[in-house]
Design a protein around this ligand. Structure first.
Ligand code: ZN
Length: 368
């Protein structure tokens, strides 16, 4: 173990500590994910020397969770092991189903594996719910690579979100104000006032959308240099964006429930999942409107229905759950939109608090 790993291990001891790669024979998938995370952050860091490089590692815990933290002036991003494998399972399960994205690869040999509940947030639940001999891997190689692309989009979104908690000064702020040190994605309690916490989460989501679009744009511009098996997923920007949205919508869909609107939307640590899905879509439209030509924006707006239908139909196709996009639709109820508007206005109160601690330029104040 390196010194940083020892520090990480002891900081997250009560959550499971550092996941030991050696115990599973040096897991190649996890190493690949961590390497690509680290490279991505070093690339961003090379353009701005104020940015810190956190230690990113896997916490040996089967739940789906992630966090950004600070301990003795070292920054950490921790992913639960469950986050990596629960997400892998859902994307592999989706692409193993003939009815989902049938235009990708050849569907003939796919086996349509069904699980009772697609909204699984822990490896323990997953092991109980699935046939132990069941190997969920898309049979068609093109579909398998596509599932990996969706998986990496979702994990990178989580990484960018956690990194924004650090680079936008959120972690330093909560450390100074609340002696809290760690921002967890799934948390029942928080020392922060929830509307303040939700504003930070919205900021981190918007930052992750910006990074995601920048990443697929770069892959599109350099698609001829990508490994051959990946080129087709990045050679058309509009379609790359659709894939990216399918991945992120799926990630939030795991946590979105039809009765979310019955809970008080103001008292949770994060905006509810349907709201986050709608905030992601709105942020993309804003970026496309500011930085891209109108044809790309028009195509994206036309594709939103295809993105949401694909994922909503997928959740019903891979499980015994009915087709039910109500949680996303609820985000457009007047009280939900009013809440989003409140969070956007609240950015004007939160931004000045973060500014002295931020390592990069923060998004501007909202004037309208
Ligand atoms: Zn967060």
């Amino acid at each position: 173990m390196t010194t940083d790993q020892q520090h990480f291990d002891s900081y997250f001891k009560s959550r499971g500590g550092l996941f030991d790669f050696k115990a599973v024979g040096g897991n190649a998938l996890l190493r690949k994910i961590l390497d690509s995370f680290n490279n991505q952050i070093k690339r961003n860091n090379s353009e701005n020397s104020k940015l810190v490089i956190p230690h990113i590692d896997i916490i040996n815990n089967n739940e789906l969770n992630a966090c950004a933290a600070k301990s003795n002036s070292k920054y950490f991003i921790g992913f639960y092991l469950g986050a990596v494998y629960v997400l892998k399972d859902i994307f592999y399960r989706m692409l193993s189903n003939k009815s989902i994205l049938p235009n990708i690869g050849v569907i003939d040999n796919e086996t349509n594996p069904i699980i009772f509940n697609a909204q699984i947030t822990s490896l323990n639940q997953l092991f109980l719910a699935k046939d132990p001999d069941e190997q969920i891997i898309p049979k068609d190689p093109v579909r398998m690579v596509y599932a990996d692309v969706l998986h990496s989009h979702a994990l990178n979104f989580l990484l960018d979100h956690e990194y924004a908690h650090i680079s936008h000064g959120h972690v330093d702020y909560i450390t100074a104000q609340f002696n809290a040190n760690t921002l967890w994605e799934i948390s029942q309690e928080s020392s922060m006032e929830t509307l303040f916490s939700q504003t930070l989460e919205m900021d981190a989501d918007c930052s992750a959308v910006n990074s995601g679009i920048a990443t697929i744009l770069e892959a599109y511009q350099k698609s001829s240099f990508l490994p051959v098996h990946l080129r087709q997923y990045y050679s058309n920007f509009d379609e790359s964006l659709v894939s990216w949205c399918i991945a992120i919508y799926t990630f939030f869909r795991i946590f979105s429930f039809a009765d979310d609107h019955k809970k008080d939307i103001k008292t949770q640590t994060h905006p509810n999942s349907g709201l986050r899905q709608s905030i992601v879509m709105a942020t993309i439209a804003t970026i496309l409107n500011e930085k891209f030509n109108s044809r790309i924006l028009d195509n994206f707006v036309k594709n939103i229905g295809r993105i949401t239908d694909t994922v909503e139909e997928a959740f019903s196709a891979i499980s015994h759950q009915d087709y039910n996009p109500i949680a996303f639709y609820n985000a457009f109820r007047p009280e939900a939109q009013e809440h989003v508007h409140y969070l956007m206005k609240n950015w004007n109160n939160v931004r000045p608090l973060l500014e002295p601690l931020a390592m990069k330029n923060l998004p501007p104040l909202n004037n309208d």
